[in-house]
Design a protein around this ligand. Structure first.
Ligand code: NAP
Length: 644
């Protein structure tokens, strides 16, 4: 069977191909040419000069070099077309050499392994559940599973449970799939991790219309995947989980839900997979007078479907990742936009942040063999390979002024500061307001192609960097006593990131409350399992958010593989429950804290961020490079779990 990742056959004529080639990423094309011909010389001619980046997918190849490769590629592509678009099978050794070519260095060890696994050369889904017949059908039938949430990780959970042949229900509070991408519909909402890596490894990544696609396209993606894997019949939309209670004698979770009609119901499950995300409980500030505001006011994740902002005076309170996208997207419609930003934000200059994937690249992604996989490699590899080294606080670096945490971080700061200055040239007032006073990368880094910074220059836009004293019926009053009239207020003030699994009540063995056990310090073994809470798995749980490297899809796939391994262990051993041992959990949690506390996000110069708990410690983020976390979750340590 043809590998679904090998791309679709085509019949476009030579002239069309020549036009398409103008838009392609040449390094990915070179790899694709090896698949067309079996000839490795395409990647042996010359090493690439630099790693791919959003500002240069051509890896430093000069325009002349690119033109030469395009010219030589045309007849090869035509010959491939004449052979019914059948790629040549390549040996693993050559495929590894091609990865090393794009990486600019010999790729070995676990980094090579995780990247190779992600490439899906074998034809499908390397992380698919492939249980043999060792678990009898009646055992599977007696093993109901509840998945809470039908976003990115809940859909993945459904796919894996279906592959295992277990019976499962996905309970979702919203009326459709997509999770955060169902809920966040504010103008300008888009992903800020490249689309070609912000998708399941086992699904084609050849269809995105933009390099960083917008919310509707992502929402539709999740709906399409849900349909493709026939998960709809397992879903109960419009249904909220209110509590989970573990019944030790029965080895069951009693999952209490509220149905769409408001009626309460209990669903019993042997295993529960929490796929609720960790950025889904809106955080509203406590500003005096908020309730007195006369016009519409709402959180950014609750943008009213029928809201017309045109001609209004709009107050945007909070400007992190959401506000950053929202503000410039409405600036031209509103009469006045006042952006209340408490802390300035670092941003990467990203020229393709809002760019449509050009026709030629879309064609190549869809039709040239494995081009889409190599393009995904180009997008993911640099971040994954960089790991967390550049985020580490150097104890020998003088960080007394809180400007940087190591030498590379200081250079990064200079680069990011230069971008801000260049975009705001001639506006010293805005430059002063826009340069952060904490180390680069210390909070979630944002992306800008100039949209945000240029937006600040518009005559109807004001960046307010003064604290808010109160909200009044017709506007907002700042600490300096200035009253700015407003017709609408949007609070883009983030989420309760540290309150994992909130607002559900979770009661485990011996009536232990998860909320009380965690307090402000949520921890889980590998970010997935928690002592006292048998048969419960967290996806995107404590200590697994990514402020570095790559896309959360990688993490979800690793975590779900770990959950399935534990379920497999329980069922093959004739047990009813698995609970992570306290020792394994505590050792992991201590290791996690010791690592994360050395990284920039925990640096004391960052007085507050949504990554930190009230005491300034970080329990939300992963300190592990992707390949390290892959290794940690890859092989189950059965001794870490007690089976009952
Ligand atoms: P956020 O990054 O936490 O930003 C919240 C903003 O509200 C910050 O400017 C914050 O100021 C401000 N704020 C919070 N409480 C306040 C208060 N009491 N008074 C005044 N200002 C207050 O939240 P977000 O923008 O919703 O993003 C959250 C996360 O969602 C991101 O880190 C990212 O992981 C994800 N996200 C991703 C995308 C994407 O992929 N494109 C888009 C949106 C969100 P301070 O900085 O001073 O705290």
């Amino acid at each position: 069977m043809r590998n679904p990742h090998a791309a679709h056959a085509f019949s476009d004529d030579d002239a069309a191909i020549a036009t398409f080639l103008e838009d392609v990423a040449i390094p990915a094309l070179l790899c694709s040419l090896v698949h067309m011909t079996g000839d490795p010389s395409w990647v042996r001619e010359r090493p690439l000069r630099q790693l791919p980046s959003s500002s240069d997918y051509q890896c430093g190849l000069t325009p002349d070099e690119q033109a030469d490769i395009r010219r030589r590629a045309q007849p090869v592509i035509a010959a491939y077309r004449a052979r019914a678009c059948e790629p040549v099978a390549l040996a693993d050794e050559l495929l590894h050499e091609m990865m090393s070519f794009l990486a600019g260095t010999p790729l070995v060890g676990r980094l090579a392994a995780v990247m190779f696994e992600d490439m899906q050369f074998a034809g499908g889904d390397n992380r698919a559940v492939t249980w043999a017949d060792e678990i009898p059908a009646d055992v599977k039938a007696a093993t109901p599973v509840v998945v809470i949430g039908c976003g990115e990780s809940g859909i993945l959970a459904g796919i894996r449970l279906a592959q295992a042949g277990l019976s499962f229900t996905i309970v979702e509070k919203n009326d459709g799939p997509g999770g955060t991408w169902w809920e966040n519909r504010y103008p300008g909402a888009r992903v800020d991790v490249g689309s070609h890596q912000y998708c399941y490894s086992f699904e084609p990544s050849d269809h995105w219309s933009r390099y960083y696609c917008e919310q509707p396209e992502l929402r539709d993606y999740f709906a399409t995947v849900l349909d493709k894997y026939a998960l709809g019949a397992h879903c109960r939309f419009g249904t909220s989980v209110t509590s989970l209670e573990w019944d030790e004698p029965a080895s069951l979770w009693h999952v209490s839900v509220l149905r769409p009609d408001g009626a309460a119901e209990t669903i019993d499950a042997r295993f529960v997979i929490s796929a609720v995300g960790s950025l889904n409980l809106p955080h509203l500030p406590e500003i005096p007078g908020m309730e007195s505001f006369a016009g519409p006011s709402f959180h950014s994740a609750r943008w009213p479907a029928d809201l017309d902002v045109s001609g209004t005076r709009f107050a945007l309170i909070g400007a992190g990742a959401s506000g950053f996208q929202l503000a410039p997207s409405i600036a031209d419609q509103v009469a006045q936009l006042s952006i209340y930003q408490r802390t300035a934000q670092w941003m990467f200059p990203n020229p393709v942040y809002r760019t449509t994937v050009p026709a030629g690249d879309r064609w190549a992604l869809r039709h040239l063999p494995y081009y889409a996989r190599w393009f995904r490699f180009m997008m993911t590899y640099p971040g994954i390979a960089a790991g967390t080294a550049s985020y580490r606080c150097d104890p020998d670096y003088d960080d007394a002024d809180g400007a940087a945490v190591n030498e590379g971080n200081a250079a990064r700061r200079d680069q990011l500061e230069a971008w801000i200055r260049s975009q705001l040239e001639g506006r010293p007032d805005l430059i002063d307001k826009s340069i952060p006073d904490y180390p680069a990368m210390g909070k979630r880094i944002l992306q800008d192609d100039g949209f945000w910074l240029q937006g600040l220059r518009k005559p109807n836009v004001e960046l307010v960097r003064i604290g808010i004293d109160r909200v009044v019926p017709d506007g907002v009053v700042t600490d300096d006593g200035v009253h700015r009239p407003a017709d609408i207020i949007c609070y883009a003030t983030g989420f309760h990131h540290n309150d994992f699994l909130a607002p559900m009540t979770v009661i485990g063995r011996n009536r232990v409350s998860l909320r009380e056990q965690w307090g402000d310090e949520p921890t889980a073994y590998l970010g997935v399992t928690v002592p006292n809470f048998p048969n419960l798995f967290c996806l995107y749980g404590p200590g697994t958010n990514l402020a570095h490297s790559s896309s959360l899809f990688f993490h979800s796939e690793f975590q779900m593989s770990h959950a399935m391994e534990v379920i497999h262990l329980v069922l093959t051993r004739g047990a009813h429950a698995a609970e992570v041992r306290r020792g394994a959990h505590d050792e992991y949690a201590a290791w996690h804290q010791s690592e994360i506390s050395q990284l920039v996000w925990a640096h004391p110069s960052i007085t507050h961020s949504h990554y930190k708990n009230p005491a300034g410690k970080v329990f939300t983020l992963s300190p592990w490079p992707i390949d390290q976390y892959w290794e940690l979750t890859k092989v189950l340590d059965p001794d870490a779990y007690e089976l009952r």
